[in-house]
Design a protein around this ligand. Structure first.
Ligand code: SAM
Ligand code: SF4
Length: 344
């Protein structure tokens, strides 16, 4: 069972050798996102081209054992929350065992997974049983015909089956809805009404222009304009504190759940960012918009000791850029990866 205490609240001196992970801007890192695969059973327009992305071979991906070792090392560095993502995490064999192992780790206060929900409904009772802390389910539309256009697969009913199963099992649920100008802007209100009927957080996400996508990006619907649509409709919408989350969260009177808005493109949350990522190929990313800054896989495969890996991680984190704009500018090339290869 998970330890529900708060992440380490010590405030160490800002230096590379500190026992917790802290960057040069005093941001403490407590949240690790692990992308367990680059494979996916959907082809969402904003994420992947229709023909998919060039995939890593199995041996290029981190093995479950390698991921386990990395999680162990990162928890010793102060990580308290882990999220598995992808690609689609549930297409990789062994995901349930790995999640179950994470859930038994006493150092972690939260173990989460982000999924598109395809074929996942049958696993939900097991996820409940292992004590998963929460699930993020991606759902950009409530219309089956539109789902087929947005995700290029006819799988809307499967996502809804997973939604119903999560609700039935009472697992904390967040819905991720990426708002794409001209595609689903007319569904901001219908999607928000899920939070009226159910105790879930519906989060609207700005489309980020990652180049794995083949969708021609029209102008991005900003977090501010999404908020305005909601405010105009509901009139009363109060922002509530939400820790270091990327989402600004709002409460609307008589809603069972909450509304979140994530300015992923405007990058308004960088100042309090507490997260880092491991890509399926085993690179550490200290910013979604930056390049992989450390090859963890090669360290592991050349038998580096835990202390050597920790030191390399501390240095990489310490060198983190102030925000996503600086991280993007400091790249050698422009952003060419799909979110599926980064771990969104
Ligand atoms: N396949 C899983 C899913 O779709 O939930 C997990 C991986 S997916 C990359 C994680 C999240 O990133 C999803 O909620 C997805 O909608 C979001 N995402 C992917 N590409 C994006 C983009 N270009 N802009 C904003 N969000 C994006
Ligand atoms: Fe797959 Fe998730 Fe990307 Fe959609 S957003 S293509 S479901 S990885």
């Amino acid at each position: 069972m998970l330890n529900k205490t708060n992440p380490d609240s010590k405030n160490p001196p800002c230096e590379v050798r500190s026992s917790v992970l802290q960057d040069n801007y005093h941001r403490q890192i407590t949240y690790l996102r692990v992308s367990v695969t680059d494979r996916c059973n959907l082809r969402c327009r904003y994420c992947m081209p229709e023909q998919g992305i060039p995939l890593r071979t199995q041996s290029e991906l981190l093995s479950w054992k390698e991921m386990e070792r990395l999680v162990q090392i990162f928890t010793e560095l102060g990580i308290r929350k882990v999220r598995l993502t992808g690609g689609e995490p549930f297409v990789r064999k062994g995901i349930l065992d790995f999640l179950a192992k994470l859930c038994t780790r006493p150092e972690l206060s939260g173990v989460y997974v982000t999924t598109n929900g395809i074929g996942v409904d049958r696993f939900v009772p097991q996820l409940k049983e292992m004590g998963i802390s929460g699930i993020n389910l991606s759902l950009d539309t409530l219309r089956g015909d539109r789902f087929r256009l947005l995700a290029r697969r006819d799988a809307f009913e499967q996502v809804m089956a997973t939604f119903n199963s999560i609700i039935k099992q009472r697992i904390p649920l967040k819905i991720n809805a990426v708002i794409q100008e001209g595609w689903n802007t007319d569904e901001i209100i219908p999607l928000s009404q899920i939070a009226e009927r159910f105790p879930v957080e519906v989060r609207f996400i700005e489309t980020m222009p990652f180049r794995g996508s083949s969708a021609r990006m029209r102008s991005t619907r900003t977090a501010d304009s999404i908020r305005k649509v909601l405010l105009d409709y509901y009139g009363d919408m109060k922002q509530i504190p939400n820790g270091q989350s990327t989402a600004k969260v709002y409460r609307i009177p008589y809603f069972q759940g909450k509304i979140g808005i994530i300015a992923g493109y405007s990058r308004l949350f960088c100042g309090s960012c507490n997260r880092i990522r491991i890509t399926p190929a085993g690179r550490l990313k200290t910013c979604l918009y930056g390049e992989g800054v450390l090859n963890l896989k090669s360290l592991i495969r050349r038998q580096a000791a835990d202390d050597e890996i920790k030191e390399a991680v501390r240095r990489a984190v310490f060198a983190r850029r102030r925000n996503g704009f600086q991280a993007a500018w400091s790249r050698v090339g422009s952003i060419t990866e799909s979110m599926a290869a980064i771990g969104g």
